[in-house]
Design a protein around this ligand. Structure first.
Ligand SMILES: *[C@@H]1O[C@H](CO)[C@@H](O)[C@H](O)[C@H]1NC(C)=O
Ligand SMILES: *[C@@H]1O[C@H](CO)[C@@H](O)[C@H](O)[C@H]1NC(C)=O
Ligand SMILES: *[C@@H]1O[C@H](CO)[C@@H](O)[C@H](O)[C@H]1NC(C)=O
Ligand SMILES: *[C@@H]1O[C@H](CO)[C@@H](O)[C@H](O)[C@H]1NC(C)=O
Ligand SMILES: *[C@@H]1O[C@H](CO)[C@@H](O)[C@H](O)[C@H]1NC(C)=O
Ligand SMILES: *[C@@H]1O[C@H](CO)[C@@H](O)[C@H](O)[C@H]1NC(C)=O
Ligand SMILES: *[C@@H]1O[C@H](CO)[C@@H](O)[C@H](O)[C@H]1NC(C)=O
Ligand SMILES: *[C@@H]1O[C@H](CO)[C@@H](O)[C@H](O)[C@H]1NC(C)=O
Ligand SMILES: *[C@@H]1O[C@H](CO)[C@@H](O)[C@H](O)[C@H]1NC(C)=O
Ligand SMILES: *[C@@H]1O[C@H](CO)[C@@H](O)[C@H](O)[C@H]1NC(C)=O
Ligand SMILES: *[C@@H]1O[C@H](CO)[C@@H](O)[C@H](O)[C@H]1NC(C)=O
Ligand SMILES: *[C@@H]1O[C@H](CO)[C@@H](O)[C@H](O)[C@H]1NC(C)=O
Length: 744
């Protein structure tokens, strides 16, 4: 029995080696390939390389496929070692860390290659003069570090090419539109995006009769859209955003009847939108923000029943939109018409687009009131209507608070001069359950900060700046569990900072992993004006980092010492108020602080030495107060302009021109008081003592700022040392060396 079994094994092994035994040349090529890698073992040990992971052979035992994506391969010079695998048809080494360049030799020998995917590696250098063979169908070199121009000869053999992706490299020169003159009639996908291609798009694309996807966004292309692009009637996607294309979009675009994606945002396109654009019934994404388009919205667009997103923000479009009939756009999820010159009221038909998630109409000349029909948009989560001429803020809030999905509500710069919707108006308030951002800024709204805001348990960002708000800062603001950005600047708020505000949970406690969500706004948010550059203003708004801005009000009293609890705060702006007292030492607990502005108040005392531990501080201003004494020396405080300190006559030292006179007033006098008792007893012989005791271990030496003080009657010297203990704790040691008592 056992004998039979062994015999079976013997024969089956003979059979299998005869059918699948791998070619020893190929085997040694593969092994020499692994030798160039410094990564985890691929476990390629058995004799028959056709059984190795990632390898496929043909009947002759020649390796035809080598598929090793996401294998953590690290190494260089791989092409030469693979050049002997001459029967290879599929090579996929994407998502590894291979470096080196593509050598012509490699391409020439692999003349059966059909699929080559080297994307997401560290490959560099210029492309070889020509593609390996006319067999190649898919070539993906994207997300590497290739550079240089693509040689015009590169596509001479590309008679079977279907897909070519070189996006996310640093290629320069022209986009090789001539590809269509040489390339196969099968070419369907071209992706040149995110490189440094420049110049005009030369004609040629019209010859790509099967082309479906053409992407060359985020380059430096200029000029007009080539006329013959409208001959490539199979096109489903044209994406050329973030370039410098100009001129009008031709009416001929209606010939591209398969077009679903037209993405041309951030160019310099001008003229009117083609009247018949809406004949392109397959359109799903129309993205034209940040151009110079003029004229009105083509009525034909209202026929595009497949439209998912329509982005026309930041153009010069105009016309009354009240009468447009949106009712057939039942798939529409995003409508962005912000920063144009549209007039009229919000078209009622818009409320029948039940899929709408985001509406951006801010920055136009729209008028009228928000109507209850808006509540039929059950998915609406982003609504930006600011900088228009809408009226009835109270009515708007009473309606919108029932919008269950609303996350982002921006109504800044409209409702000019009305009263802040007050608690009397909102008696039965029960709404805005999911609101995360609320802006009622820039509207000269009068009244106080209303109590109904305290029920917005999900509110993260509250912007009420540039209004006429009076009364105090309510203490309940500090109880909003998710609030991390509060802007009350430029109002007429009075009273003191409530201590409770210093307990805002999101500014006090490091959020747990489950609390951190990478929420993206449905539409990009940009600051008030249309001059913003979308290249740097993505969906996640960097402006909204943890911040408290109370500047330009009438707030008085001390800056509470509790402010030190807001350790996650990155921006604290208290300028132009009536604050008095000293700068609390506890501000130095705000280790994440990047901006600290205390200017134009009545603060007195010295600048706390502990502020030097605020290592992230980029903007600092204490000008126009009554501060005195020396600016702590040898610290980053010296790196700020003198203007950050000016207007404090008794403040001295760099960067102010005002030199500190000896003896040092301020700090020195304090020290003198403290040390007086000891001085009285022990002043006969030279001696020294350490006036501060260092607790724990001193880890790492951080800095010395020695201030040599020669007193009139005593000759002694202070040396101050600042020690950094485990990154966060700083201890100042003052060493005082008494020389001897002078003879009077
Ligand atoms: C292995 O491949 C080489 C070409 O690289 C060829 O010359 C040789 O005959 C092949 N060996 C076998 C056993 O097929
Ligand atoms: C190689 O084999 C070892 C042990 O069997 C295993 O831990 C490792 O994951 C294998 N490596 C690969 C790339 O499959
Ligand atoms: C490739 O083949 C040539 C000739 O057959 C041989 O000299 C060379 O060593 C081989 N290279 C590798 C990496 O196996
Ligand atoms: C290469 O492999 C990755 C990962 O499996 C896959 O996503 C990609 O489509 C493959 N490339 C080609 C051209 O098939
Ligand atoms: C090209 O490759 C990139 C990855 O580097 C990918 O994101 C992109 O979708 C690809 N382009 C096309 C048209 O498939
Ligand atoms: C671009 O390539 C880099 C590596 O060169 C990669 O880290 C990054 O994710 C790529 N970007 C995209 C959008 O694919
Ligand atoms: C584009 O089409 C027009 C009209 O059909 C034709 O005259 C022109 O030659 C075509 N251009 C290309 C590049 O195919
Ligand atoms: C972009 O192209 C213009 C000319 O069209 C050139 O002056 C400019 O230097 C280019 N910018 C980059 C970053 O290549
Ligand atoms: C557009 O299509 C019409 C009819 O389908 C045709 O007469 C015209 O030549 C086409 N224009 C271009 C530029 O291909
Ligand atoms: C919209 O489509 C209808 C029929 O589908 C057609 O009668 C009408 O002319 C089209 N409107 C525009 C402006 O293209
Ligand atoms: C709106 O129109 C006025 C003139 O009516 C013009 O001055 C202004 O620049 C236009 N604004 C935009 C954003 O087009
Ligand atoms: C404001 O809107 C509310 C609700 O739509 C309405 O009841 C009220 O009359 C309006 N007020 C004014 C002054 O128009």
């Amino acid at each position: 029995m056992a004998y039979c079994f062994l015999l079976f094994l013997f024969f089956s092994s003979i059979i299998s080696t005869h059918t699948h035994a791998c070619n020893q040349t190929d085997r040694s090529s593969l092994l020499s390939f692994t030798l160039t890698l410094s990564s985890l073992p691929l476990n390629w040990t058995s004799d028959n390389c056709c059984h190795w992971k990632g390898i496929t052979c043909d009947q002759d035992g020649r390796v035809t496929q080598l598929l090793l994506p996401y294998k953590g391969l690290k190494g260089g010079m791989f092409p030469s070692s693979l050049a002997n695998l001459t029967h290879l048809t599929h090579l996929n080494l994407s998502h590894n860390s291979l470096y080196g360049s593509l050598e012509t030799q490699f391409f020439v020998s692999l003349n059966r290659l059909r699929i080559l995917d080297l994307s997401y590696n560290l490959l560099s250098g210029e492309l070889p003069l020509s593609l390996p063979s006319n067999n190649i169908q898919k070539l993906d070199l994207s997300s590497n570090h290739f550079f240089g121009a693509i040689p015009s000869s590169f596509f001479h053999q590309a008679s079977n090419l279907i897909s070519f992706n070189v996006s996310n490299n640093t290629f320069t020169g022209y986009v090789p539109s001539s590809i269509c003159l040489h390339a196969s009639p099968f070419l369907r996908v071209l992706d040149f995006s995110s490189n440094e291609f420049s110049g005009n798009l030369a004609p040629g694309l019209g010859y790509c009769s099967e082309l479906k996807v053409f992407q060359a966004g985020h380059n430096n292309l200029s000029g007009l859209l080539p006329e013959d692009i409208y001959n490539a009637t199979k096109l489903e996607e044209i994406a050329l955003p973030l370039n410098s294309l100009y001129g009008a979009i031709s009416d001929k675009i209606v010939n591209l009847t398969n077009l679903a994606i037209l993405d041309l945002y951030f160019n310099q396109l001008s003229g009117a939108l083609p009247v018949n654009l809406g004949r392109l019934s397959k359109l799903k994404f129309v993205i034209f923000d940040f151009n110079n388009l003029e004229g009105s919205l083509p009525i034909s667009l209202m026929n595009c029943t497949n439209l998912l997103e329509l982005h026309l923000g930041s153009n010069n479009l105009e016309g009354d939109i009240s009468m447009l009939d949106f009712s057939r756009l039942s798939q529409l999820t995003k409508l962005d018409l912000r920063v144009n010159n549209f007039t009229g009221t919000i078209p009622v038909s818009l409320y029948s687009c039940r899929s709408l998630k985001a509406i951006g109409l801010s920055g136009n000349h729209l008028e009228g009131e928000i109507q209850t029909e808006i509540l039929s948009l059950k998915s609406l989560s982003f609504l930006s209507l600011g900088y228009n001429r809408f009226t009835n803020a109270t009515g708007a809030m009473k309606i919108l608070m029932s919008c269950k999905s609303l996350h982002t509500l921006s109504l800044a710069g409209t409702f000019e001069g009305e009263g802040m919707p007050s608690d009397d108006d909102m008696v039965d308030f029960d709404g805005f359950k999911n609101l995360r951002l609320l802006s009622l800024a820039d509207s000269d709204l009068t009244g106080q900060i209303p109590l109904w805001l305290s029920k917005l348990k999900n509110l993260e960002i509250l912007a009420l700046y540039n209004n006429q708000i009076t009364g105090p800062i309510p203490s309940w603001l500090g109880t909003l569990p998710r609030l991390f950005s509060l802007n009350l600047a430029s109002n007429r708020i009075s009273g003191e900072i409530p201590k409770q505000l210093c307990r805002l949970p999101r500014l006090v406690y490091e959020p747990t992993a489950s609390q951190v969500d990478n929420y993206e706004f449905e539409l990009p948010i940009f600051g008030g004006s249309g001059t913003a550059n979308p290249r740097f203003e993505p969906h996640k708004l960097f402006l909204f980092f943890p911040a408290i801005d109370l500047s330009n009000n009438n707030i008085s009293g001390d800056i509470p010492t509790e402010v030190g609890q807001l350790q996650l705060l990155r921006k604290l702006n208290l300028d132009s108020n009536n604050f008095s007292g000293v700068i609390p030492d506890q501000i130095s607990n705000l280790k994440n602080l990047e901006l600290l502005n205390l200017s134009k108040n009545h603060l007195s005392g010295t600048i706390p030495l502990s502020l030097v531990s605020l290592t992230f501080l980029k903007q600092f201003n204490v000008s126009y107060n009554n501060l005195q004494g020396p600016i702590p020396t040898g610290t980053q405080l010296q790196s700020f302009n003198a203007s950050a300190f000016e207007g404090n006559p008794k403040l001295c030292g760099a960067p102010l021109a005002n030199k500190c006179s000896r003896p040092n007033k301020g700090i020195d006098e304090d020290n003198k008081k403290n040390n007086k008792d000891m001085d009285n007893g022990l002043h006969q012989i030279p001696w020294f003592y350490i006036s501060s005791v260092v607790l724990g271990f001193i880890v790492g030496f951080w800095g010395v700022c020695g201030s040599l003080i020669i007193n009139k009657t005593w000759r002694y010297a202070y040396f101050r040392f600042i020690y950094n203990i485990q990154d966060r704790l700083y201890v100042m040691i003052t060493v005082r060396i008494n020389m001897m008592k002078r003879k009077p």
